[in-house]
Design a protein around this ligand. Sequence first.
Ligand SMILES: C[S@@+](CC[C@H](N)C(=O)[O-])C[C@H]1O[C@@H](n2cnc3c(N)ncnc32)[C@H](O)[C@@H]1O
Length: 245
Amino acid sequence: MSIQFYQGDCLELIKSIPDGSVDMVLTDPSYSSGGLFAGDRKASTRAKYCDTDYNGAARFQNFSGDNMDQRSFTEFMRMVLNKCRQKSKAESVCAVFVDWRNIAAMIDALQAAGWVYRGIVVWDKGNCRPIPNRFRNDCEYVVWGTNGPRKTEYIDGVFVGAGCYHIKSVPTKQKHHQTEKPVELLEKLLAICETGGTVLDPFMGSGSTGVAAVNTGRNFVGMELDPGYFETAKRRIEEAERSVV
Ligand SMILES: C[S@@+](CC[C@H](N)C(=O)[O-])C[C@H]1O[C@@H](n2cnc3c(N)ncnc32)[C@H](O)[C@@H]1O
């Protein structure tokens, strides 16, 4: 199994990957979200996503890239996803997390980057507080597409994924990153990529996608801009490698 990580801006780093080498892009970029108005979005990520110190949430360092307005976010994601597509094989899959506020922007960005838009997978986190006179926002979304056509024959052992996964968020006390995704969920999403395939995560945060790739026998290429989170990702992925040997 090959595991590679790079610290820096993914827009630059992606250039170093060989063209046509990636089987799946599975990533969770900074959503540039956390509020409806420009002023709300510009707050620090700690203020937006951990507004109390409940269960030690204030221990997290802030993370980068979360203060774009919606037009800048769409264009930035188009550039990143376009570079990812250049590095991806024909029929490969791109799956990108987003929340309800920027989902339309992400669908536009994925398509403008040249991926064939295939739909949305729902992650039911099951832990949103009830708000009177409103529907709950207790789901996040995975916008996904393919690099051109992708086979759909029913053959023995073929992957058939769900449209919705009910998996609890990581409890705050156990988190390594403010917006960490559960490894169990990532493993289920990675199942669409063949065992032994190569997974690219240009926004790896604390490395949850890398841990899921190691646990399920996929190669991994991860990138992270913030040195603190990069070190956490490296440590977690190396621990996962030791525990599967
Ligand atoms: C939503 S978090 C990912 C969390 C991750 N899924 C986890 O479970 O820990 C997005 C990460 O992307 C990083 N980031 C933002 N802009 C970046 C860029 N241009 N290049 C690389 N990483 C970037 C942020 O520092 C942040 O840690």
